[in-house]
Design a protein around this ligand. Structure first.
Ligand code: GLN
Length: 189
């Protein structure tokens, strides 16, 4: 993958764009449906999933992104971005929408509040070279995983990194560490 979008409506998109650039990819900030043209993949960043859901609708991006995902465009969702990809959201707002391309149930903020943010050294299947420094900020807990979903890492018995086909999702913020291995994994997939 070379030309990769980063949904830039709200939240922690900038460091994702920098990580893609550092790996030699061309990062495109996505704010309008036109920005999706020619993209080979899309990163959905952390932030606030309720706000992003609303902005996706206001910008007219929700349906076109849903279409591209249905066609099989690879996606990497982190924290709020993972919530946006999930099939089921618990403790969400009633009007909050998600793309439903990752067969998991997520419970918002279930790792605790902002003050309960933490960093963990997480062992990731297939990554090699030691644990990944994972930063959790008001992170969602995955409490159900469908049959087609591969769990690549867990913390305290909860899956925190998973993959279903071309969809990769992390409950944490990989862009906040200097470790680029997960972005690399996404680009190479
Ligand atoms: N708690 C946020 C939400 O529900 C996610 C937090 C994050 O992305 N760091 O959208």
């Amino acid at each position: 993958m070379h030309k990769v979008g980063v949904l830039a409506l709200q939240g922690a998109w900038q460091r994702h764009a920098e990580a893609l650039g550092a790996l030699g990819a061309h990062a495109v900030e996505v704010r309008t449906p036109e920005d999706l043209s020619g993209l080979e993949g899309l990163i959905l960043p952390g932030g606030e999933s309720t706000t992003m859901s609303r902005l996706l609708e206001l910008s007219g991006l929700f349906e076109p992104v849903a279409e591209r995902l249905a066609e099989g465009m690879p996606a990497f969702g982190t924290c709020a971005g993972m919530i946006l990809l999930a099939g089921e959201i618990r403790d969400g707002r009633p009007d909050q929408r998600s793309f439903g391309v990752l067969d998991v149930s997520v419970r918002r903020n279930a790792f605790g509040r902002q003050v309960d943010s933490f960093e963990a050294d997480v062992a990731v299947d297939g990554l090699g070279g030691g644990g990944f420094p994972a930063v959790f900020i008001r992170a969602p807990v995955i409490d159900r995983v469908g049959d087609g979903v591969e769990v690549l890492a867990s913390v305290g018995g909860h899956p925190v990194l998973c993959r279903q086909g071309r969809v990769l999702a992390a409950a944490f913020h990989p862009e906040l560490s200097d470790d680029l291995r997960l972005h690399q994994l996404f680009l190479e997939d």
